[in-house]
Design a protein around this ligand. Structure first.
Ligand code: HEM
Length: 410
């Protein structure tokens, strides 16, 4: 990447979570926001990028069509220089721009309307209760593997029409694909496996058309006139939804539990009045910013941002977690405050690619927040807090497991 004359010296990509503060974003972000809101950093895989840390700049970057989502990200899935210029896979909604992105997004939008997702609420609430009932048969559980992961996995399987019995394969594959710095070999093995699986499923649904699930409806919509989706596009879309639909929310469920158990006053507020669950969910989404490295873009046309000029071909990282902790937008940003309006947080991104599944994630989290802590009032960690392992090496931050316990209930 060419250096801009007035660019400050490049620093290493900040450690996303400072030692000893597993719920906070990089310690450097506050100073960067104040002194160098647009700075240059070297990414782990050896390319340089502009790091954008202020809330308003993050929004400008994500709303600007001169920045493309087409490029593979410089922190992940990139093993060779050629990977950086590789075209986006057909059907990969996250990595297309302009009319091609709009075409894919238009096909999916009807499936994710507020009305449609609200209709799933009773099913989701029931699922949460069933998992709590199961936990209450004993007095200990792993809140990630026994609760956080199965609930969104079951929901996305139900929505898409993917058999839940096949979860081990796709959960393992997405764990690999969302890791930073995986090898080319690991990436190809994991994506090959999940692609082969989804291709078979799509073909089976083509042979037996159904409108009972999202994949079935997508196939019908995709083949009914207009520009039909190819099998390859359907497979990639299906995989994107399957992975995005469970891993993010699963991490958010378990990580927010770990954080709330460390903040007993906030937990007491939530237990005392479950109707604050929606506000508490927004605040925890802001506070935790699980998409920990932010989102990546590539410049397709020169543009000024702050005092810098981004040049065609350069990489840009929009640090969502930094914007979410900006004092001038969220007063007292390092405090968890259920009374604030946190809904303008950046955790679901912003602009054309803003999270398509955000309503679904919200409903799942709201039902968890409203039920888990009231139904198990003595819920607590079963291991010392210091022993919790956090996912520092994953695009979506979370805990590897969360052993919890509670008093036996009559
Ligand atoms: C896009 C975060 C849950 C599906 C995104 C983006 C973010 C995000 C930051 C934008 C990426 C970018 O601009 O490059 C989250 C978080 C979640 C969550 C934090 C949970 C707490 C879900 C769920 C689904 C989903 C449940 C369901 C299917 C998608 C899709 C996109 C996306 C399809 C791509 C949209 C596009 O490119 O137009 N998500 N997500 N997400 N998300 Fe989510």
């Amino acid at each position: 990447m060419t250096e801009t004359a007035n660019a400050p010296a490049k620093a290493a990509f900040p450690d996303t979570r400072p030692a000893g503060c597993p719920f906070d974003p990089a310690a450097e972000y506050q100073e960067l926001r104040e002194t160098a809101p647009v700075s240059q950093v070297s990414c782990p895989v050896g390319v340089d990028a502009w790091l954008v840390t202020r809330y308003e700049d993050v929004r400008s970057v994500l709303a600007d069509p001169r920045l493309s989502s087409r490029a593979a990200s410089p922190s992940n899935h990139v093993n060779t220089e050629a990977d950086l210029d590789a075209p986006a896979a057909p059907g990969s909604i996250l990595h297309h721009d302009g009319p091609e992105h709009s075409r894919l997004r238009r096909l999916l939008t009807p499936e994710f309307t507020v009305k449609r997702i609200q209709a799933m609420r009773p099913y989701i609430a029931d699922l949460v209760d069933q998992h709590i009932d199961k936990m209450l048969e004993g007095t200990e559980a792993d809140l990630y593997h026994d609760f956080g992961l199965p609930i969104p996995s079951l929901v996305i399987c139900e929505l898409l029409g993917v058999p839940y019995a096949d979860r081990e394969m796709f959960q393992a594959a997405s764990g690999v694909l969302l890791k930073v710095d995986i090898t080319q070999e690991q990436r190809l093995a994991a994506s090959g496996q999940v692609q082969g699986y989804m291709a078979q499923l799509v073909m089976a649904k083509m042979a037996n058309p159904t409108d009972e699930d999202l994949l079935g409806r997508l196939i019908q919509r995709a083949t009914a006139g207009g520009t039909p989706l190819t099998i390859e596009e359907l497979v990639t879309l299906g995989i994107s939804l399957l992975i995005a639909g469970h891993e993010t929310t699963a991490n958010m469920i378990a990580l927010s539990a770990a954080a709330l158990l460390q903040h007993p006053d906030r937990l007491a507020e939530l237990r005392a009045d479950a109707s604050i669950a929606p506000a508490a969910v927004e605040e925890m989404l802001r506070y935790l910013s699980v998409v920990q490295f932010g989102v990546f873009r590539r410049v397709v046309e020169d543009l000024p941002i702050g005092e810098q000029v981004f040049k065609e071909g350069e990489f840009v990282i929009a640090a969502l977690s930094s914007g979410n902790r900006q004092e001038s937008v969220f007063g007292n940003p390092d405090e968890i405050d259920f009374g604030r309006n946190a809904s303008a947080h950046l955790t679901f991104g912003y602009g054309a690619h803003q999270c398509l599944g955000q309503q679904l994630a919200r409903v799942e989290l709201q039902e968890v927040f409203a039920r888990l802590y009231t139904r198990i009032p003595t819920l607590r960690l079963a291991i010392p807090f210091e022993n919790i392992e956090f996912k520092h090496d994953a695009l979506v931050y979370g805990v590897r497991s969360l052993p919890v316990t509670w008093d036996a209930q009559a």
